[in-house]
Design a protein around this ligand. Sequence first.
Ligand SMILES: [Zn+2]
Ligand SMILES: [Zn+2]
Length: 345
Amino acid sequence: MRTVKAWAATSATDPLTETTIERRDVGEHDVLIEIAYAGICHSDIHTGRSEWGPANYPVVVGHEIAGTVVEVGPGVTKHAVGDRVGVGCMVNSCGECAACLAGNEQYCPKQVGTYNATDVDGTITQGGYSTHVVVTEDFVLRIPEGLALDVAAPLLCAGITTWSPLRRWNVAEGSKVAVVGLGGLGHMAVQLAVALGAEVTVLSQSLKKQEDGLALGATDYRATSDETTFTDLRGQFDLIISTVSAPLDIAEFMSLLRPEGTMVNLGGPPEPFAVPAFSLIAGSKNLAGSLIGGIPATQEMLDFCAEKGIGSQVEVIPAEKVNEAWERVLASDVRYRFVIDAATI
Ligand SMILES: [Zn+2]
Ligand SMILES: [Zn+2]
């Protein structure tokens, strides 16, 4: 065992505090990573505050991890000491089921989350708000040269979560895509869709971030609070990606799709959607969801980002600012992702 520094939630209500945790010894197929940066995802807050069920306290969250390999087990073939690597939302799976064999480890019934999950050895996983992590090599991604570690960290969750639907619905040159909400996920969806050749419109509550949206490559930016948006853009889009967790008028959004178009939901509003049947039947439209992405797709996304010069827009903070950062995430006061500098942990 190795004792490492971390910031942990000790209850659903107390602020995160500095602590130490144990990391397992580097096993046959394990990689020890010295963490350089850990992104702050809204899921971290949900888990840390037991909003998605009771957490195992103390819990160290963080599933947008970028760093450098400092030790490898004797059986490791995919990574070497000194490699720049990342870890996302999963750290293990069964490796044998249909989902795993298809590279969709996120659907594996035995998939192990990066934090607050029971690992194969029975221990509870602890995430990236820490100086080091030990992960089995199959769940460690290569971060290509040319992609800085701070801007790469959020790609491990926000990047892959938006990349998956763009690929699944074959977004390419000439596709018309709308992105609902310009936050951590939305700002990645815009950049990735544009780089794939799509014409991208941002649909946001207000025009507050219009300049940013256009700078990220969107060609149009509309306020959903303005009713003319829904009449002007009727029947325009092949794909709508919603990144917001607020309740949405689904029928209004479905009306923006072309026949056979798809609206994919990445946000998790607490209330069920009200979906009028004919908003789907008329035009044979699809309402879908999407869950992160598999390991091969995550590597593909990182390679694509390096090739196209895409990264997350980040605000790097010292660990002692993490509680303040969580409050700012809740207030949507970040452009567009906080990243903890792990050297300050
Ligand atoms: Zn996340
Ligand atoms: Zn499996």
